[in-house]
Ligand binder design. Sequence first.
Ligand code: NAP
Ligand code: G4F
Length: 332
Amino acid sequence: MSKSALITGILGQDGPYLAKLLLSKKYKVYGMIRRYSNPNFGNLDYLGITDKIDYIEGDMSDESSLINVIKVVRPDEVYNLAAQSFVGDSWRMAKLTTEVNALGVLFLLNAIKLFSPMTRFYQASTSEMYGIGNSNGYQDEETNFHPRSPYGIAKVYAHMMTINFRESYGLFTCSGILFNHESPIRGIQFVTRKITDGVARIKFGLADKLYLGNLDAKRDWGFAGDYVEVMYRMLQEKKPNDFVVGTGENHSVKEFVKLAFEYGGISDWQKYVVSDARFKRPAEVHELKAKPDKAKKLLNWKQKVSFKELVKMMVEADLKRVKTKSDLADSG
Ligand code: NAP
Ligand code: G4F
């Protein structure tokens, strides 16, 4: 019999890539969406799977809705990807970020414990939990957490609660501590997509500047399509466990900018990029770099797309998208 999976955050970046993977493995996929008058299926459309998913309404900040979702679906696996995931907004919306990213996870775990205790649970933890935690130039499963944002703090709560439900009630609950992962359907606020979209707009004359914050921050950037594979693998293991997932190399925002402009056929990026204090954070995470040895060894996982291939893929997708839009505008 085919397995069933519930994905929260189905309309975001990772949800569609994970859904596509699970559909290819013959899962019945349920996608939890918030109540909306007009939900945005653009990312699922991009991967051509909008009609292959069963949708159910639920909100991470509403416990009764989550109880209903779990009671109705009783899935074999839950992948909790829903979050207020933009770090920058988490200072401006600290309460909402805490309700959705921290308390919402407690509500979901409780619903599973009470109404579907055999369900396996994946929590989308993050390298942002490390913040400026101790490291020897990298972060692995042993590195201390010292989050620097309300987002990172809420994610530490959810991460520890996920471990606590495993230890207290014997539930199959896992966390993937994923480092930054990107794609052509990455949200437009995140720096990589903001850059590749900016390059395309500049190229086609729709913008003349790109306003960015801290160009010196370094991130370990991989491709989202590679990372959803590890979420799936974690829930197929004999025992629940937590894993760090990243490429093991990092690059500065400036390096990303330079390469993206090069792929866009623009050599003098300095002419277009403007430093703007609005995009700097009250407390920055200066540098993140994964040591994903455990995932490589136990899950036999390795990323396929390199940093350069990722930047190229994103620039090409945005050039195509912006060109189509400007062609349509020209033709009236
Ligand atoms: P994303 O594109 O921002 O998607 C998040 C999804 O969560 C959106 O579809 C959003 O729904 C949904 N959501 C927000 N608030 C909700 C609520 N109250 N109730 C129900 N759904 C809600 O994020 P992503 O990049 O796919 O990341 C997936 C998960 O991995 C997130 O938990 C993120 O924190 C975590 N993570 C991401 C990265 C990364 O680099 N991408 C790295 C580590 C961890 P709407 O579409 O309705 O807004
Ligand atoms: O792209 P970002 O907004 O991603 P950030 O803050 O690393 O968070 C992402 O990755 C986390 C995993 O580590 C996830 F948990 C989280 O949900 C999200 O997906 O910013 C990356 C870096 C930061 O240092 C930021 O200060 O880029 C710097 N940056 C410089 N200028 C900018 C900008 N970031 C944004 N968003 N916009 C700018 O103009």
